[in-house]
Ligand binder design. Structure first.
Ligand SMILES: [Zn+2]
Length: 364
């Protein structure tokens, strides 16, 4: 049985539910969220599932087990998007799961567990600046203070939920801890080139990456671009340039035990920012990720030590502040093995790699 043609056609239908055609932009609790949710719920029902919106606007489909009282296996993904997104991000994990249920239903097969497919309303956090609202509620880490978060137009999450027909005060009822959920699995398009470069159709995620974010400030001394000799300068931007290269070098070095890291300087700002003035104050951010907490900590520490050494040599003052840290979340080994065996039975080979997208967030 091949499902690909149906899934691609359904993704095309969903791509039309967008706030800015022809690009795909679908944010939380908008009319486009409603259109996508209604369409997915109809697909779920056609596939033999019960489907409903929960209090926070997620669509939850259920394919009941052969017997009542069975444990629950959950899958699904997000139906919202970033601005000008691709048409398969998130939706792939929902549509493939519905396709599997449709086939089970057609063959009259029931599973030994209730199978739930969730289309999460918010993963990306584009509208309210809070990410993963639906899955955090289900995982028991929803913070009610988020209900007061506002979108760019000043509408609070609470009011948007009410207008959508949700129930902001019922977020506690979504908490699934201790309620018979034995596994959560998710299929997702790869948002990097690793599988593509290896020529592999699919891989198994070993861990949700750990991450650290560092804010760095370098302070030198401003001066006239024409009159201060090169040897007498304390140029904060030239120092920061060396620091950026240190991030790249440390992240690229092979880690202990083969643990891969990635490091990125994504923003940098130099002041006073005039063509004829030596930069005095530079701030930049570093994002470090790894599937391994210790490897990420070692890399981050090595970067900060290099920043200090570069600053000393160049007579600038540097401060670096780790303002966000997220531990790695290893995926269950038995589920990894089961998925790898299943892939091996259908494809010639598969890779295992950590996902370097964050699936949760925590401030330190
Ligand atoms: Zn995604």
């Amino acid at each position: 049985m091949r499902f690909g043609t149906d899934i691609l056609r359904q993704a095309d239908v969903l791509a039309a539910f967008t706030e800015d055609p022809p690009g795909v932009t679908r944010t939380y609790l908008t009319p486009q969220h409603r259109q996508a949710g209604d369409y997915l719920a109809s697909l779920m029902r056609e596939a033999g599932m019960e489907a409903r919106y929960d209090a926070l606007g997620n669509v939850v489909g259920r394919y009941a087990a052969a017997r009542s009282g069975a444990p629950v296996v959950m899958t699904g993904s997000h139906m919202d998007s970033v601005r000008d997104a691709g048409r398969y991000d998130g939706l792939f994990g929902i549509l493939t799961a519905i396709a599997c249920v449709r086939d089970l239903h057609r063959r009259g097969k029931r599973l030994p567990f209730d199978f739930e497919v969730v289309a999460f309303g918010d993963e990306e956090g584009v509208r309210f600046g809070v990410t993963l609202i639906g899955s955090k509620a289900m995982g028991g880490s929803f913070d009610p203070a988020w209900l007061d978060a506002k979108d760019a137009g000043g509408t609070t999450l609470r009011d948007a939920l009410l207008a959508f027909g949700g129930d902001p005060e019922a977020w506690r009822s979504l908490d699934r801890r201790g309620k018979g959920v034995v596994a959560y699995v998710e299929s997702h398009i790869e948002q990097g080139p690793v599988l593509l470069n290896e020529g592999l159709p699919v891989g198994v995620v070993t861990a949700i990456a750990s991450g650290a974010r560092v804010r760095v400030s370098a302070t030198g001394r401003a001066g006239h671009a024409g009159t201060v000799p090169m040897g007498a300068r304390r140029d904060a931007l030239a120092a920061a340039a060396e620091m950026v290269l240190a991030v790249e070098r440390i992240a690229s070095a092979p880690g202990a035990g083969g643990s891969a890291r990635v490091g990125t300087v994504g923003t940098i700002e130099a002041r006073p920012g005039a063509i004829n003035v030596i930069p005095q104050d530079v701030s930049f951010t570093v994002d470090v990720r790894s599937g391994d907490d210790a490897a990420r900590r070692r890399a981050t520490q090595a970067m900060r030590e290099d920043f200090d050494a570069i600053a000393r040599r160049r007579s600038v003052v540097v401060t670096s502040d780790v303002f966000y840290e997220l531990p790695a979340a290893p995926c269950d080994p038995a589920l990894q093995d089961a998925l790898a065996a299943s892939i091996a039975s259908a494809a010639s080979s598969s890779a295992r790699a950590p996902s370097r997208s964050f699936s949760q967030s925590r401030r330190v």
